[in-house]
Design a protein around this ligand. Structure first.
Ligand code: PBG
Ligand code: ZN
Length: 322
């Protein structure tokens, strides 16, 4: 008789035939850095996530280093009065993210420091691009994204991750980096980035909500799978070194197809809303946090992700290292 249960009879046997394993090196941990001094501000909708000022960043970076995860994804939050129509602080060499990158590379050189490239944290209107008469302009946004990428790489960023979803941004950023002599700096493109309600808690954390309208004229319609593959293909043609699918759990079909279709490293972003749902239910005692998080992250890896960007990274690393 065919008995599939033979290999499930005890933990050693199950471990032997296990198809998917998580490793701390799979993870990138997102960090919010806020302009100011002596700040560690809790993000209300994201338990155990904080905005740190640079002088207190070591509190979290020491943990990241000890966990042995691969690196961090940085999100800078400028002072409200420093935001303007053209996101000037996004490409100012004394901007919050530039200073944070310099601090990290000086004190934690072994961590891969990736910077999100997008204007929404720096624009007064909270959109990811330049706005004119209520329209988010594509081509006028590209040079600003290029300036932002170049200035962060100059500050020491190991990799840039454009998340704005303007057409042509990967090619533009690649060209700008090459021109400045940064031809070895990889681009991780947020390629299939959907207009998602799952970003809600992040926008609290990063102070980046649009003050009118929404992001549906640039981020993808979440009903579309074919189009996601076209977005990924375009970014690969434009020179992306790593492509990304975002969010994760409701988009595992896209992730799996992308991994099968393209011979490329694929990252997945397990976003803020996905994190908050798990944390809220765990806090109520309705689910077992460790088991749920493990199951979710394994699902992303089983679908084919080579890199997982997740707010659970430090917890998962702790559980893996136990
Ligand atoms: C910036 C950006 C967002 C996220 C990553 N980069 C927010 C958005 O597009 O509104 C979301 C990350 C998360 O929800 O954890 N554009
Ligand atoms: Zn944005």
């Amino acid at each position: 008789m065919k008995r599939l249960r033979r290999l499930r009879q005890n933990e050693v046997m199950r471990d032997l035939v296990r198809e998917t394993r998580l490793c701390v090196k799979d993870f990138i941990y997102p960090i919010f850095v806020i302009d100011g001094e002596n700040l560690k501000i809790p993000v209300k909708s994201m338990p155990n996530v904080y905005q740190y000022s640079i002088d207190r960043l070591s509190e979290i970076l020491d943990e990241v280093r000890e966990s042995k995860i691969s690196g961090v994804m940085l999100f800078g939050i400028p002072k409200a009065e420093d935001k303007d129509e053209i996101a000037s602080m996004a490409y100012n060499e004394d901007g919050i993210t530039q200073r944070a990158v310099r601090y990290i590379k000086k004190n934690y050189p072994e961590l891969i420091c990736i910077t999100d490239i997008c204007l929404c944290e720096y624009t007064s209107h909270g959109h990811c691009g330049v706005v004119k008469d209520g329209e988010i302009l594509n081509d006028e946004t590209l040079p600003l994204l290029c300036k932002m990428a170049v200035s962060l790489v100059k500050a020491g960023a190991d990799m840039v991750a454009p998340s704005d979803m303007m057409d042509g941004r990967v090619a533009s950023i690649r060209e700008a980096l090459d021109l400045e002599g940064y031809k070895n700096t990889p681009i991780m493109a947020y390629s299939a980035k959907f207009a998602s309600a799952y970003y809600g808690p992040f926008r609290d954390a990063a102070h980046s909500s649009p003050c009118f309208g929404d992001r549906r004229s640039y981020q993808m319609d979440f009903t579309n799978g074919q189009e996601a593959l076209r977005e990924i293909e375009a970014d690969i043609e434009e020179g992306a070194d790593i492509v990304m699918v975002k969010p994760a759990l409701a988009y595992l079909d896209i992730l799996k197809e992308a991994c099968q279709e393209f011979n490329m490293p694929v990252a997945v972003y397990n976003v803020s809303g996905e994190y908050s749902m798990v944390k809220a239910a765990a806090r109520e005692g309705w689910i077992d946090e460790k088991r749920i998080v493990t199951e979710n992250l394994i699902a992303m890896k089983r679908a084919g992700a080579s890199i997982i960007i997740t707010y659970h990274a430090l917890d998962m690393a702790k559980w893996l290292n136990e």
